[in-house]
Ligand binder design. Structure first.
Ligand SMILES: Nc1ncnc2c1ncn2[C@@H]1O[C@H](COP(=O)(O)OP(=O)(O)O)[C@@H](O)[C@H]1O
Ligand SMILES: [Mg+2]
Length: 453
């Protein structure tokens, strides 16, 4: 553990604590008082309600920035210190999300005298905290459920629970609690009508006394500035599905979604992203959506050797000079066995595309409202059929979730909802389009007048 960094305010609290026996007792019973005095963290009203709830199964639907991760980190520490020998599992849909939770816990410990009660902290093979009372906290991702199978836990905290797949919850996580008769807490922004929605409803119904549920908007966190929420409201549109889902935390039925939530989820797989070809025999394709004005350049590399295609490399960046973007694509083309590259094109004078056509034989996919629909429908079909796998990459999953149909006078339009990006979706769709051409199973729509073979 690094040098202690106690603040003045914190030391003052410890002084009060030393003299007050009654307070000491309260700290052991109440996670809120524990957090205030020992972690120097003052949970806001809504966080207090959740932390003090002792139901067996708790579902918390809350908007972005509510303070979900932070209050669960504090609660996990309270639970560990007050439950000797208990095993706490903190899970999230991705490694990066699980490590955010771990970092919150780690920072709490580092700045608190509770580090006296910690015996060791391991970062590999996955984050673990061991306490002197033999309690343990393990932070894990649910990306590879096989690595979790067979473990036991007394408490499971699921951060961004709505993004964890239903079958992982039922077949892997819930069984861990059987022997221990343990508890779980799910906390998340909403996403679709899945396990998270089901248990949320259970918690509202009197028929299920072991369940409890909460619903909070982002503004329940007094530390989130009103300006920020106003800005998001403007960007996304007050009545938009994105704003209502992400900040008002409503379970909005999305009739205009292009990709069904169940399709988005079923194709999430435990794939380790790589920087170059795994083997000379593998065939790769690269889809590139170039940044136009404000948005991002996204590059998706698919292993298209066989179906299901696998997303093995992903990049998303903005504000880079042309020359750098060109070098990046050339480099990936080289490192992935001379992969075919398909780039979005307006059809006229694209300097990046022209350069990449000349140097590495990249192709352009000309966007018209019709060709865009065809491109997206291809991705849709491949996803429905389970013919593509990708790791849980947050911007990609969110963009797929909020990609929508719009009926216009002249037909159907498909695009990101107001205020959202669609670069990840387009890059992935371009890669899939290229993969379909490359493997000779293309749908026959001839837009480009080229053949990959
Ligand atoms: N009780 C609190 N006091 C002060 N800041 C808080 C509190 N709860 C959350 N925050 C801050 O609010 C922001 C969002 O918290 P976070 O836990 O990441 O939210 P979420 O997981 O819901 O998106 C972070 O900057 C966090 O430090
Ligand atoms: Mg969070």
């Amino acid at each position: 553990m690094k040098k202690k960094v106690y603040s003045k305010k914190y030391l003052e609290k410890l002084r009060i604590l030393k003299k007050n026996k009654e307070l000491k007792e309260k700290i052991k019973k109440d996670p809120v008082i524990f957090s205030k005095f020992l972690l120097n963290f003052d949970p806001h009203e809504a966080q207090q309600q959740i932390m003090r709830d002792t139901h067996k199964f708790i579902t918390v639907v809350a908007g972005r920035k509510f303070g979900k991760t932070k209050c669960m980190a504090a609660y996990a520490l309270f639970y560990a210190l007050t439950n000797p020998k208990h095993r706490i599992l903190v899970v999230a849909p991705s490694y990066s999300q699980a490590s955010i939770m771990f970092r919150e816990m780690y920072n709490f410990i580092r700045r608190s005298i509770i580090n006296k009660y910690v015996s060791k902290i391991l970062k590999t093979p996955f984050p673990q905290i061991y306490f002197k009372n033999d309690a343990e906290i393990h932070a894990r991702s649910t990306q590879n459920p096989d690595l979790l199978r067979g473990e036991e836990a007394n408490l499971i905290i699921m951060d961004e629970a709505a993004y964890i797949k239903d079958d992982v919850v039922t077949n892997v996580l819930e069984p861990m609690l059987l022997v221990t008769n343990g508890r779980w807490i799910k906390i998340s922004t909403p996403a679709g009508h899945n396990h998270f929605y089901d248990t949320f409803l259970k918690g509202l119904s009197e028929e299920f006394p072991e369940y409890s549920s909460y619903h909070f908007t982002s503004t329940a966190n007094p530390y989130v500035s009103e300006d920020f929420i106003e800005l998001k409201k403007k960007e996304l549109g007050e009545n938009s599905i994105a704003f209502r889902t992400e900040y008002l935390a409503e379970f909005v039925e999305d009739h205009n979604a292009v990709f069904r939530w169940s399709d988005i989820q079923k194709n999430v797989a435990d794939i380790e992203l790589i920087d170059g070809a795994e083997h000379i025999s593998r065939s790769y394709v690269i889809g590139v959506d170039l940044a136009k004005y404000q948005d991002y350049t996204v590059i998706c590399v698919l292993d298209a050797t066989e179906k299901p295609y696998r997303l093995v490399h992903f990049e998303r960046f903005n504000r880079r000079p042309y020359a750098e973007v060109i070098e990046r694509v050339k480099d990936l083309h080289r490192r992935f066995n001379g992969a075919k590259v398909l780039i979005d094109s307006t059809g006229v004078g694209d300097p990046i595309l022209e350069e990449l056509q000349a140097s590495i034989g990249a192709e352009g996919y000309v966007f018209t409202s019709k060709s865009k629909v065809q491109l997206i429908q291809k991705l849709q079909a491949v996803m429905e059929n389970g013919e593509i796998k990708y790791p849980y990459i947050e911007p990609l999953v969110k963009e797929l979730q909020f990609f929508e149909y719009q009926l216009t006078r002249t037909g159907v339009k498909m695009e990101a909802r107001q205020g959202m990006h669609d670069d990840c979706v387009i890059a992935l769709a371009l890669a899939v389009w290229a993969a379909e051409q490359y493997s000779g199973s293309a749908g026959g729509e001839i837009y480009l007048g080229y053949s990959f073979l």
